[in-house]
Design a protein around this ligand. Structure first.
Ligand code: AMP
Ligand code: MG
Length: 339
């Protein structure tokens, strides 16, 4: 009889921590590569301004039924073929988390399936680990709300460095909104940065292993008021912030004794960031793995993968423990499936 961790699990994953509602289906186990059978998502894109948590939750509530039907259809499965329903339990925006959790509970109850609550940050790491050839990587996770450097040590995913104020994506979005762009501003900033060349001084803020971005935002806006070109500002923002990420990632590799890096989060779709991490890894003799692009930003498939691993190792959670955890820390998760 195979050990529970080797059991092949077909999991449905529901993501809803912030701006993106996602439903994915994955099949696999700790000892065999996961197959992504479906990955449907829809990101709230307000015509102007940033993300309002209640508006995002309303968007998710409206779109989840279509995403669920679409994912099952894409995977050519029915609820009967699933082993477990997994959902993003935290961290994230309360109204969004509650909408995802309610959807998961309702679906699981209707289909008589067990439930697993997944830590969103751990899901970014796990999908990168099990869908690439990495075995024990360090994760550089850079999204809208989160910026963390995470690695496995003694039964937990430990945070080796993180932002002390806002996530880098959030900072880029705030800058973009001030400069007249719509959400998400990251891709537009990447495009404009390609035509920039003047490196403007911004406060490079690495504090020990941690990072800070809000002072950079203030300084960048001051440069803009002083009439600096937007292209040069985008270029300078990227060069400065990405150098900060590379410095702390390299130090974390040494500290945690790892020699593999995977990336996750919306911001790591940026080609200049990937290029800088590639160079850092080459110079250090570390290997760099980039998961398939649809698995980088928030998505349901990563929740399905992490939930399947957890379910195989520790079983489901009782309904009473399926409440959302807005401040769910990466290092609060007992990583039973890797022990
Ligand atoms: P996530 O929260 O992981 O879904 O990622 C969303 C964040 O990624 C938003 O803040 C976007 O502005 C940012 N983002 C998306 N694409 C890029 C890009 N090419 N360069 C920089 N940031 C990006
Ligand atoms: Mg994320």
């Amino acid at each position: 009889m195979p050990s529970p961790r080797r059991r092949t699990i077909t999991a449905l994953g529901i993501e809803g921590t912030a701006h993106t509602a996602g439903v994915g289906i994955a099949r696999g186990s700790e000892s065999e590569r996961f197959e992504i059978l479906a990955n449907k998502s829809d990101m709230l894109r307000p015509p102007k301004g940033g993300i309002h948590p209640r508006e995002a939750a309303e968007h998710h509530a409206e779109i989840f039924p279509d995403l669920l039907a679409g994912a099952l259809n894409e995977a050519k499965l029915s609820a009967r073929d699933l082993d477990v329903v997994c959902f993003s339990q935290g961290p994230g925006l309360g109204p969004c988390l509650r909408t995802a959790a309610t959807t998961a509970r309702a679906f699981a109850a209707a289909a008589d399936l067990p439930l697993v609550g997944v830590n969103h940050c751990v899901a970014h790491l796990e999908v990168g680990r099990v869908l690439t050839d990495a075995t024990d990587p360090l994760l550089l996770y850079v999204s809208g709300g989160n910026t963390q450097i995470i690695a496995y040590a003694a039964g937990r995913y430990r945070v080796f460095g993180e932002t002390l104020d806002i996530g880098l994506g959030n900072m880029l979005d705030k800058f973009g909104l001030e400069a007249g762009m719509t959400f998400p501003a990251g891709p537009k900033i990447e495009e404009l940065a390609r035509s920039g060349s003047k490196l403007l001084p911004l406060p490079y803020s690495v504090k020990g292993m941690d990072l800070a971005f809000s002072g950079i935002l203030t300084a960048a806006l001051a440069h803009r008021s002083a009439g600096e070109k937007l292209e040069d500002l985008c270029f300078s923002l990227q060069e400065t912030c990405f150098a900060m990420l590379c410095e702390t990632t390299e130090r974390a590799l040494a500290h945690a004794c790892k020699d593999e890096v995977v990336i996750g989060g919306g911001v790591v779709q940026n080609k200049r960031l990937q290029e800088m991490v590639t160079i850092m890894c080459r110079q250090r003799g570390a290997q760099f793995f980039v998961p398939p692009r649809p698995l980088l930003p928030d998505n349901g498939a990563m929740i399905a993968v992490a939930g399947a691993l957890e379910f195989a190792a520790s079983g489901p959670i009782p309904f009473e423990q399926s409440g959302v955890r807005q401040r769910y820390r990466t290092d609060q998760v007992a990583v039973t499936w890797r022990a």
